[in-house]
Design a protein around this ligand. Sequence first.
Ligand SMILES: Nc1nc2c(ncn2[C@@H]2O[C@H](COP(=O)(O)OP(=O)(O)OP(=O)(O)O)[C@@H](O)[C@H]2O)c(=O)[nH]1
Ligand SMILES: [Mg+2]
Length: 393
Amino acid sequence: MEIGIVGAPNSGKSTFFNALTLCNAETGNRPFVTIKPNQGVAYVKVKCPHSEIGQKCSPVHGYCKNGWRFVPIKVWDVAGLVPDAWQGKGLGNQFLNDIMVADGLIHVLDASGSTDTHGNVVGVGKFNPEETVIFLKKEMQYWIKGIIDRAWPNLRHVKNELAASVLAKQISGLGISEDYIKKCLIEINSGQRICDWNEELKLEFAELLRQKSKPMIIAANKADIKESEENIRKLKEKFPDETIMPVSAEAELALRKASEQGIIEYVPGESEFKILKEIPEKQKAALEFIRENILKRFGGTGVQQVLNKVAFDVLGMIVVFPVEDQAKLSDSKGNVLPDAMLLKKGSTAIELAYKVHTSIGNSFVAAINCKTGQKIGKDTELKSGDIVKIIAR
Ligand SMILES: Nc1nc2c(ncn2[C@@H]2O[C@H](COP(=O)(O)OP(=O)(O)OP(=O)(O)O)[C@@H](O)[C@H]2O)c(=O)[nH]1
Ligand SMILES: [Mg+2]
């Protein structure tokens, strides 16, 4: 499970990435600060079942804070895209191939209108971010089209019925099933040989594939700037089908850093924090600004909310807790609820077993739903929050 962060230069992608991961990716108020991709571990947030079972948990991966379990997920921050990047403008779009494996994307957008589509600083409110929404989607579509273009010559001697199978192999990096490719080909149904499709049909096909393999939501960033609120309202009105969420990456980064340093008590995604010690007036004022202008106004900084939205609502992931000891709900070393695993909705007990380890999958006998004590078979669908013991040979 991986998430890519994309957007125009200078929109706040690396700040958003740092807020999620507490990495130190370079940031700066100019275009193309990021050239090489940054990779890090972020955490989606779910209720930890430890309170339900009345025990303290001891996570081996991720962490638990105030009853919330933070489950690791890989994120990528890449360079900025500019209009016509697919034709080589700016840094081009080759770097998108680094996020070919991503299951979903977050488009970080400068909602304050203070930077243009090239990342140039133009002054708050001087640029209409609607333009960025349109061009970014187009760039993603053209990127996918570039990938299918390379596969197209291989369709020349192939009947339409076999095109999906050839394409599935050629574009396997995108992780799209042959069935889905077939569905898209049928949906376009041009009545022609697929190898003869014109650019327009190929673009239509590319967009269908993009929606499936790289669903994207918009993090309307820099919401701490006053002008952003009205821009976000207009964006939502103009693009009712897009998921657009107000975000202040800078505020989230400040809160997480202050929390890491023990200055405040803050759980990512919450709408409040508590100052724990005496701090200089300036720092206090900065934190109070965040409280008044972001947390109270938007109910949070939006960073955790965006990540959770992509993982759970857009990609339909669930979180399951595998254990080795049914009675103690622990691993063999006594760590209670040691792991929390992100799985696709509809995943079964055997799929969980394979995710834990191939050898456990291979020797799977049955599983136990530890909350109910019931034995479950390999094809039993798991639910989010399930605690599961796998019985292997
Ligand atoms: N006001 C405000 N500024 C922000 C926010 N997030 C980022 N910035 C500022 O926006 C500028 C660009 O931030 P980066 O994170 O470097 O942007 P980027 O999209 O990674 O830029 P490139 O790597 O050049 O494409 C920096 O000056 C940040 O401090 C935010 O939430 N609010
Ligand atoms: Mg960057």
